[in-house]
Design a protein around this ligand. Structure first.
Ligand code: ZN
Ligand code: ZN
Length: 368
């Protein structure tokens, strides 16, 4: 490699010396002199870019890949808008089918108590899905202040060149630091951070419940519709009206969308369910998705030294849930969890003192 470089640089240097010699003696034509000046300018410019005590091959590679990062970030940002529209259109289509096709059917066949249960549960579930999704996409995740302040910080963001409080991470898609950043969610086209983490999790949870409810609740209707469609090509053909045929197809679409296909082979209910369970495990441990990786590394590092790692933000499973959901009293389980609530999370996302009612407080071992 080194030999190849010197093989190329040798003739280039020789040519340059010849050009410089010609340039100094003012015998060369103006075009050649211009070229020599441009070469010198380019060399100084390149050296000024690379001759930095903080610079190195990593900086050069980062700079070379900057257009690729820009492209990926912008594509994801653009796709984020498509995903949000997709969530709204798919959820809207399920609600439209429920009102236009399922409701007239069950009004004729279901008993009054069963109708009442379905009516109240489905509307409660729908209101919570819409409320939490709207809040998750419109609530900013929280950003650290960029002026002079007295906030305790743990490191400097290499991209923003600003101090970072604990649990703050830089989002390359939003191109700024985010307080208690969990991840950038394309389905929300927004970062999930300190102020909207609860809305994101509640949306996943109630959407999973909604999918399970639709799949399970429409199973009998789906089987009937499927059996009816199979008779379409019999002779003599069945006498279904146009509206009945549309209803059959809509019921099959509703069941499939909620149960089987959206992405690859995983169902919406299963994929969402897995995502919800994963986030529930992280919340129980007092971690975000990013801290999961950092803590894992730290756990291994300390284990090799014969020490035990303790997550400073883990207050115990139940207290972690109470802090996350903002539940201070028993009544809050109803008013803040089972009903739409826009209460703010504990703290300002920059300092992480445990709420006063938290009993088990882990010793602070590391700051993330
Ligand atoms: Zn940053
Ligand atoms: Zn982001």
């Amino acid at each position: 490699m080194r030999g190849q470089r010197s093989l190329l640089l040798g003739p280039a240097r020789l040519c340059l010396r010849l050009l410089l010699l010609l340039g100094y003696r003012r015998r060369c034509p103006p075009l050649l002199r211009g070229l020599v000046q441009r070469w010198r300018y380019g060399k100084v410019c390149l050296r000024s870019l690379l001759y930095n005590s903080f610079g190195g091959s990593e900086t050069v590679v980062d700079a070379a890949f900057e257009p690729v990062y820009w492209l990926v970030d912008n594509v994801i940002r653009w796709f984020g808008v498509v995903f949000v529209v997709l969530v709204i259109v798919l959820t809207g289509s399920i609600v439209a089918i429920a009102y236009l096709c399922v409701l007239p059917l069950i009004l004729r066949t279901y008993s009054v108590p069963r109708l009442c249960w379905h009516f109240f549960y489905s509307h409660w579930n729908l209101i919570l899905i819409v409320f939490h999704y709207y809040q998750a996409i419109t609530t900013p995740p929280g950003y650290p202040p960029q002026g002079r302040n007295d906030i305790a910080t743990v490191s400097i963001c290499k991209k923003c060149i600003y101090p970072k409080p604990a649990r703050t991470h830089h989002c390359s898609i939003c191109n700024r630091c985010v307080l208690k950043m969990d991840h950038h969610c394309p389905w929300l086209n927004n970062c999930v951070g300190h102020y909207n983490h609860r809305y994101f999790f509640s949306f996943c949870f109630f959407m999973t419940l909604g999918c399970v409810y639709c799949s399970y609740g429409s199973w009998d209707l789906f089987r009937e519709a499927y059996a009816a469609i199979e008779t379409y090509h019999q002779t003599p053909p069945p006498t279904f009206s146009f509206r009945e045929r549309i209803t059959h197809k809509s019921l099959i679409y509703l069941w499939f969308l909620c149960s089987l296909c959206l992405s690859f082979l995983s169902s919406v209910a299963l994929a969402l369910g897995a995502l919800t369970v994963w986030h529930a495990v992280l919340i129980s441990r007092g971690e975000t998705s990013i801290e999961r990786h950092i803590n894992k590394k730290e756990r291994r590092r300390l284990q090799a030294k014969g020490r035990v790692f303790r997550n400073p933000y883990n207050y115990g499973c139940m207290d972690n849930w109470k802090v996350f959901l903002g539940v201070d009293t028993g009544r809050h389980w109803l008013t803040r969890v089972l009903l739409p609530s826009s209460h703010l999370p504990h703290g300002n996302g920059m300092s992480w003192e445990a709420p006063p009612w938290v009993t088990a407080h882990s010793a602070s071992v590391m700051a993330v």
